[in-house]
Design a protein around this ligand. Structure first.
Ligand code: MAN
Length: 578
C-alpha cells in the first residue's frame, strides 16, 4: 500500500512538471505526500487495542503487563478489554463498556478522530463514522464507515469558507481604498473650512466693530430722548403726589378745621401698629410725627412721605362684611405690555425652579424651540426673541398716565435704522462663523474615531445593522450606539454609546465596547460588547444578554478578513495589496 502511494505521488509530480506549476506548489505537494506516507507507516505498522488513541498506544505495548494509566495498579495484558473493569481510571477497558467512566477513541480515518463515552460502545447506535464502536458481531447493529464522505464534505465546507473569506479579503481591500480616500477628503474639507472660518472670523469682528460704532450714537440719542421723558414723568409724579397728599389731608381732617388731630385717625386701622384693633392716641401721634396736631403744609411736607405707603383712603376701605368685590385692575393695564412670560426663551435666565418648570412645559409644545434645534440654533432664536422683547418693552414703555413714551425724532429714528442694519449684518456674520464652527466640529468628531490602522472600518461609519430575536429588534450603529426595541411595540432603549475598541493587544479590532446606555433599574448603565469576525457582508448575526443589562452582539464584516488563503495549498497570505 505504501508503494502504491509513492507511485501515485511520483506520477503527480511529473504531471505537475508537465503543467509547469510553481516550485512552491510542488514543494507543498511533496510535503503533503510525505506526511501522508508517514501517517500510513505509523498507523499501519502499529496495532493498538480497540478504543486506544495513537497517542496512548505506547502505554499498551507491553505483551505481558499493563499498568493502569493513573499508575494505581498493574494487571496482565490479557485483562485489557476483557469486559471487566480493573483500573480505577477505566484505562484497562478502552474498547468495551465495562468501566463507567471509560472513553472510547474512534480513529475515524479520513475524518476527525474523537472520543465517545465507552457506555456508547455496542449500544446499537452508530457513534463513530468508521463504525468501530459497534462490533458485537452477529446480530449487532450494522454501521457503515462513512468517514471518507464526511471528510470530503468537511474539506469542501472548509474550502468554501476559505473562498468566502478570500472574497471578504477582496472587499476589505476595497474598504481600505474607500477609507483612505474618505480620510483624505475629510482632511481636505477640514482645511478648507478652517480657512473659510478664519475669513468669517475677521468679517464677524469687523461687523461687530461697525455695530458698536452704530450703536453708540443710537444709544446716546435714545438716552437723551428717554431722559426728557423721565424728567417729564418725574414732574408729573411729584404733582400727583402732592395732589394725593392734599386729598389725604382733606379726608383725614374730618372736622374741616385745617388741622389733623390724633382722634381723626381713629378710623384708619392701617395705623394700628400694635394690632390690638384700636388706633390709640400714642399710635396716632406717632403717625403725626409726635405732635398733637398738624396743619396742611406740615402734613404735605413731612407726614405724608412717611405714611403714604400705609395710608388707605376711606374710598378704598373694604370691611370683611362688605360684599362688594375687590376692584380688579383695568383690563388694559397690561395691554401691549411685553412681559417676560409672553416670550419663549431658550435660556431661562434667573428664573426660579417653578418658573423653569412652567417654561419647560411651554417648551414642550413650542414648535419654534423643538428638541431638534442644536445649541447654536437655539441661541440664535433666543437672541431674536430677546431683541424683539427689548424692542417691545422699550416702545410700549408707559408713563404715569398710562401714556406711551413719545416717538423718537427723525434723527434718532435714522440712527436706530442704521444700528438695526449693523446688528443684522453682525448677526449674519456671526451665524456664518457658528455654521462653519459646527461643520468643523462634525468632521473632527468623525475623524477622531479609530477606523482601523488602514481605515478599513470606514464604510461601517454612519450605517446601522439590525438583528431580531423572539422579543427584540437589536440595532448596532457602529461608532455611534447600540439599541433594543421590543417587537411588540414600544420605545427604543439605548444599550450603549460608542466607547472604544476592546480586543486583546494582538487583536484589538476584534471587539467593540459601547457604554453609558440607559440606566438599568436597580442596576448598572446598559452596555454592549460587540464581537467581530470576518464575513462576506456586514451583518449583525446575533444578540444576547448574558447578564442583566449587559449585552453581547456578534457581528460579521469584511473589514476583519485580514488573510487570503490558497484554497489548494492552504497557504496564508495576509499582505494587504495596497
Ligand atoms: C428591559 C430590557 C431588558 C432588560 C430589562 C431590565 O426589559 O432592556 O433587556 O433586562 O429591561 O430591567
Amino acid at each position: 500500500m505504501m508503494f502504491r502511494r509513492v507511485e501515485r505521488m511520483a506520477a503527480c509530480v511529473s504531471d505537475m512538471k508537465a503543467k509547469k506549476m510553481s516550485v512552491k506548489s510542488l514543494i507543498t505537494l511533496v510535503l503533503i505526500g510525505l506526511m501522508s506516507i508517514i501517517d500510513v507507516v505509523v498507523t499501519e505498522s502499529v496495532t493498538r487495542p480497540r478504543g486506544v488513541s495513537l497517542t496512548n498506544e505506547p502505554f499498551y505495548r507491553d505483551s505481558q503487563w499493563f499498568t493502569c494509566l493513573d499508575g494505581s495498579r498493574q494487571i496482565f495484558k490479557s485483562q485489557v478489554n476483557d469486559d471487566y473493569c480493573d483500573c480505577m481510571d477505566s484505562s484497562d477497558e478502552p474498547g468495551t463498556s465495562a468501566c463507567p467512566q471509560g472513553k472510547f477513541h474512534c480513529n475515524n480515518r479520513g475524518f476527525k478522530p474523537k472520543y465517545i463515552p465507552s457506555s456508547r460502545v455496542n449500544d446499537g447506535i452508530c457513534d463513530c463514522c468508521d463504525a468501530s464502536d459497534e462490533y458485537k458481531g452477529p446480530g449487532a447493529t450494522q454501521c457503515s464507515n462513512n468517514c471518507r464522505e464526511l471528510g470530503r464534505a468537511d474539506l469542501e465546507r472548509r474550502q468554501q469558507e476559505i473562498i468566502l473569506m478570500n472574497q471578504g479579503f477582496d472587499v476589505r481591500q476595497e474598504y481600505i481604498k474607500q477609507g483612505i480616500e474618505k480620510k483624505a477628503e475629510r482632511e481636505e474639507s477640514l482645511k478648507k473650512l478652517r480657512e473659510e472660518k478664519e475669513v468669517a472670523d475677521q468679517l464677524k469682528d469687523e461687523k461687530e466693530r461697525l455695530k458698536q460704532e452704530a450703536e453708540s450714537p443710537e444709544k446716546e440719542a435714545k438716552d437723551a430722548h428717554k431722559a426728557v421723558w423721565d424728567a417729564q414723568q418725574a414732574v408729573l409724579r411729584e404733582e400727583r403726589d402732592k395732589q394725593r397728599a392734599n386729598e389725604a389731608f382733606d379726608e383725614l381732617d374730618a372736622d374741616r378745621n385745617g388741622l389733623i388731630t390724633p382722634d381723626e385717625l381713629a378710623d384708619h386701622k392701617e395705623f394700628d401698629s400694635d394690632g390690638d384693633g384700636e388706633v390709640s392716641e400714642e399710635e396716632a401721634k406717632v403717625v403725626l410725627g409726635g405732635v398733637d396736631q398738624v396743619i396742611k403744609p406740615t402734613f404735605t411736607a413731612s407726614v405724608w412721605a412717611v405714611i403714604k405707603d400705609k395710608y388707605k383712603s376711606e374710598k378704598d376701605q373694604v370691611t370683611p362684611e362688605d360684599p362688594s368685590p375687590v376692584p380688579s385692575p383695568p383690563e388694559d393695564v397690561n395691554e401691549g405690555d411685553a412681559s417676560e412670560e409672553d416670550l419663549d426663551m431658550g435660556d431661562h435666565g434667573d428664573m426660579n425652579d417653578e418658573d423653569e418648570e412652567d417654561f419647560a412645559d411651554e417648551d414642550d409644545e413650542d414648535e419654534e424651540f423643538d428638541d431638534d434645534l442644536d445649541e447654536g440654533e437655539l441661541m440664535e432664536k433666543y437672541a431674536k426673541h430677546r431683541a424683539d422683547y427689548e424692542k417691545k418693552k422699550e416702545v410700549k414703555g408707559k408713563g404715569e398716565d398710562g401714556e406711551e413714551m413719545p416717538e423718537y425724532d427723525e434723527a434718532t429714528k435714522k440712527l436706530i435704522e442704521v444700528a438695526d442694519a449693523a446688528r443684522e449684518e453682525f448677526k449674519e456674520a456671526e451665524k456664518q462663523v457658528n455654521d462653519l464652527k459646527k461643520s468643523i466640529e462634525d468632521i473632527e468628531k468623525l475623524m477622531n474615531v479609530d477606523l482601523g490602522p488602514q481605515q478599513e472600518f470606514e464604510p461601517l461609519q454612519k450605517q446601522c445593522y439590525e438583528y431580531t430575536d423572539r422579543e427584540y429588534t437589536y440595532k448596532l450603529c457602529p461608532f455611534d450606539k447600540t439599541s433594543q426595541r421590543p417587537k411588540a411595540g414600544g420605545s427604543e432603549t439605548q444599550l450603549g454609546n460608542w466607547g472604544q475598541w476592546e480586543g486583546p493587544d494582538e487583536n484589538k479590532y476584534s471587539k467593540m465596547k459601547y457604554t453609558r446606555g440607559r440606566n438599568c433599574w436597580n442596576g448598572p448603565d446598559r452596555s454592549t460588547l460587540v464581537i467581530l469576525r470576518c464575513g462576506l457582508e456586514n451583518k449583525l448575526v446575533s444578540a444576547s444578554e448574558p447578564e442583566r443589562c449587559t449585552y453581547e452582539f456578534q457581528f460579521e464584516t469584511p473589514s476583519l478578513c485580514t488573510t487570503k488563503t490558497d484554497v489548494e495549498t492552504g497557504e496564508i497570505d495576509s499582505h494587504d495589496e495596497l
